[in-house]
Design a protein around this ligand. Structure first.
Ligand SMILES: Cc1cc2nc3c(=O)[nH]c(=O)nc-3n(C[C@H](O)[C@H](O)[C@H](O)COP(=O)(O)OP(=O)(O)OC[C@H]3O[C@@H](n4cnc5c(N)ncnc54)[C@H](O)[C@@H]3O)c2cc1C
Length: 381
């Protein structure tokens, strides 16, 4: 069959690869001038540092199949994310762990003592937390909440944690040991030559053609037997019902001679500091050595129509608009909406790849059995 895939990010690349290997002809288009979608990396022309152009990406997964899949196409180097935060004139370790607790409260508590201590700080009068703030107060108490969660969340989401649902903070956001590895997953790493090289490897197949700086037109769909759409769900319908809300990010790039902050990610918890974090990209490739350094100061705000959509907001208002778009989409034939934008969900890379592999599998089975391919292999609702 002739398959059109809109978007040369991980979703389009992985689905394209699986279908190409099964003998289908895949045309992949992307309106940008590069492959890789939001995972795109490139060398900074001034410092030579590998830049995570759309924000830092760390690969982490428990899915062995996905880990084996990415290792087919790129060499992965060991990498663990160890985040620091500047808050109230001090630097602490994140996620909040025993070191953070002992440093913050000036104590030398052991794990069980720290657990009891934090329990004594937690607001036990909140029995049925409704908001993010109530949930945080119930888990960790006011001091830790204000130092590590309140200001950062306000900047990240552009609203008070009193207006965010408790469900955002599902678990106790504190560790009672000295483990400062940001992720728990079994497999963690970084592709030696960056994510764009990984995705170039996935796309390297004789049945795949890639066209950059090419925006989707309905005429393209007419030439194809099936379309996989990894662009914005509302964008497919020309935003006819309105726009699904997103947060976007502004990156203020600056360079430095030497080591600017000594770590890859430094968060800023205080509300008065306008940026949420500074990322120093050479620390994402610790096996390389560079004199110069490239950093991004990262700011979060509501996305306007011309901005890159980063984080779906998915509060009550957006969910009801989403339901309407899902109904419109389900009336379409021969289109499947995939990926982070096509399904309006935050998806880590490993989840994106898993879903893309499963979607391709569903397509191949449907084609064999003559069944219709679902509009959403994974429901956005
Ligand atoms: C700031 C940030 C940090 C992240 N960090 C991590 C991390 O550390 N670890 C992790 O596992 N995941 C991380 N992620 C998630 C990761 O970025 C996603 O999993 C991944 O980008 C999803 O790939 P995708 O192909 O679905 O979407 P995208 O990468 O967005 O690709 C979609 C592509 O479609 C193209 N497109 C859209 N509309 C059209 C059109 N009309 N015509 C042609 N082309 C079009 C776009 O140009 C884009 O290239 C992060 C995400 C963000 C926002």
């Amino acid at each position: 069959m002739k398959i059109l895939l809109v978007g040369a990010g991980l979703s389009g690349a992985v689905i394209g690869r699986q279908l190409a290997e099964a003998g289908h002809d895949c045309r992949i288009i992307d309106s940008r001038s590069h492959i890789g979608g939001n995972c795109h990396t490139e060398r900074d022309s001034e410092t030579g540092v590998m830049l995570h152009v759309y924000g830092p990406h760390i690969f982490h997964t428990d899915d062995e199949g996905v880990w084996n899949y990415v290792n087919r196409f790129a060499e992965f180097m060991p990498f663990q994310n160890r985040v620091k935060t500047t808050s109230q004139d001090a630097v602490y370790s994140l996620p909040v762990n025993l070191h953070t607790i002992n440093q913050f409260f000036g104590k030398t508590l052991r794990p069980d003592e720290a657990r009891a201590f934090i329990e004594s700080k937690a607001d036990s009068s909140i029995t049925d937390p409704q908001t993010f703030e109530e949930q945080a107060l119930r888990f960790v108490g006011r001091e830790l909440y204000e130092a590590f969660f309140k200001g950062y969340t306000e900047k990240q989401w552009g609203c008070s944690p009193q207006d965010l649902p408790a469900s955002i903070l599902k678990r106790l956001p504190v560790r009672f040991n000295y483990d400062d590895n940001y992720f728990f997953h079994r497999f963690q790493g970084m592709p030696r030559e960056g994510y764009t090289a990984l995705i170039a490897g996935i796309l390297d197949h004789p049945r795949i053609t890639v066209e950059l700086e090419t925006t989707f037109t309905p005429a393209m769909a007419e030439e194809a037997d099936h379309v996989f759409w990894s662009g914005p769900l509302d964008g497919y319908f020309d935003y006819s019902l309105g726009r699904l809300g997103y947060r976007t990010l502004d990156f203020e790039r600056f360079t430095y001679q030497g080591d600017y902050q000594g770590c890859a990610v430094m968060n800023y918890g205080d509300r008065e500091v306008p940026w949420t974090r500074i990322t120093e990209h050479k620390h994402f490739s610790p096996w390389e050595s560079h004199e110069g350094s490239t950093c991004y100061r990262e700011y979060s705000r509501a996305a306007e129509p011309e901005d890159i959509p980063y984080y779906p907001i998915r509060l009550v208002e957006e969910k009801s608009l989403l339901e309407e778009y899902v109904r419109l989409a389900e009336a379409q034939k021969s289109v499947t909406f995939v990926g982070r934008l096509g399904t309006y969900r935050y998806l880590d890379m490993d989840v994106t790849i898993r879903e893309a592999l499963d979607t391709a599998e569903t397509f191949l089975t449907s084609a064999q059995t003559g069944q219709q391919m679902p509009t959403f292999a994974k429901s956005p609702l």
